[in-house]
Every structure is written in structure tokens, then in C-alpha cells.
Design a protein. Structure first.
Length: 156
């Protein structure tokens, strides 16, 4: 049963988390001319001029990303107990929501540090939302399998 469609959805979910961990979340650009912009990653803000890492408390979203990657991988191998697998999908969905809120709050508070900067979001900010969609599709696939098994048991 590991080769079911929910496994593919959970792998896509893992890929979304890896993209979010690697790709820049956005760019902080100063409003002045000739100043370097800074990239916002999951590990912190990387200064465009010196390459120095600032705001290391971005490790909190990175922890949630790593947790969600390992959790999705563990859910794949819970195929023998579909009810636990479905429950873990909902719990992971709540963890993704918390991670998204924490990441958005950190980006917001770092960009309002100074009124002379503009934050431009990147594609990586959308990947947790895409991961949520894949997780909901995986949950639907798990529940479809559960209904199929119950129908087969009823026929016997």
C-alpha cells in the first residue's frame, strides 16, 4: 500500500518544504540609491554587501521546516494504520499553519525595523501553502483507501 497516490502527495509536500528551506523568502531593498539589498532566508537575513548573517532567530521556522520534512516522511510509512496516518496529516497541517504564522511575523518585524526599506516576497513564501494543499490531498487519498477497505470488508 506504500505505492498509493497519497505517497506521491506527501513526497511533493517534502519537496515544497525543502524548497522553502533553500530558496530565499524575499528581498529587503533599501529605498536609497546605491545600497545593497539583503536576502531573507529560512536561517536569517543575509546582507547583500558583506554576506553576514543577521537575525539568527529565523532558526525557529527552520526547525519547523525540518520537523515537517521528517514528519511527512514518517507519515508515508504509517500506511498500515490509516486512521493514525490521517490524524497525523491534520496535526502536521496545524504545524504548517503555526510555522507560516511564525515566519510571516518574523519577516514583518524585520522589515519594519526601519522605514527606509521595502520587502519584496519571494516564491518560497508560497511553498508552505502549496504543501498544505498537497497534505490535504494526501489526507483525502488516505480516507478514500479507508473507505475502500471498509467496503471490501463489508462484502466478505
Amino acid at each position: 500500500m506504500i505505492q498509493r497516490k497519497q505517497t506521491i502527495y506527501l513526497f511533493f509536500c517534502i519537496i515544497c518544504f525543502i524548497i522553502c528551506a533553500v530558496a530565499p523568502l524575499g528581498v529587503i531593498q533599501p529605498n536609497g540609491i546605491g545600497e545593497f539589498s539583503s536576502a531573507v532566508n529560512s536561517i536569517g537575513i543575509i546582507d547583500g554587501d558583506t554576506g553576514a548573517l543577521s537575525y539568527p532567530y529565523f532558526a525557529i521556522p527552520m526547525f519547523f521546516l525540518a520537523l515537517n520534512v521528517f514528519w511527512s516522511f514518517a507519515i508515508i510509512f504509517m500506511y498500515k494504520n490509516r486512521k493514525t496516518q490521517a490524524l497525523n496529516c491534520y496535526i502536521q497541517l496545524a504545524a504548517i499553519i503555526v510555522e507560516t504564522i511564525v515566519c510571516a511575523a518574523l519577516v514583518y518585524y524585520t522589515s519594519i525595523d526601519s522605514k527606509e526599506v521595502t520587502f519584496r516576497p519571494g516564491f518560497a513564501l508560497c511553498t508552505p501553502i502549496i504543501a498544505m494543499i498537497f497534505l490535504l490531498l494526501a489526507h483525502k487519498g488516505i480516507m478514500d483507501d479507508e473507505r475502500l477497505v471498509r467496503a471490501a470488508d463489508r462484502i466478505r
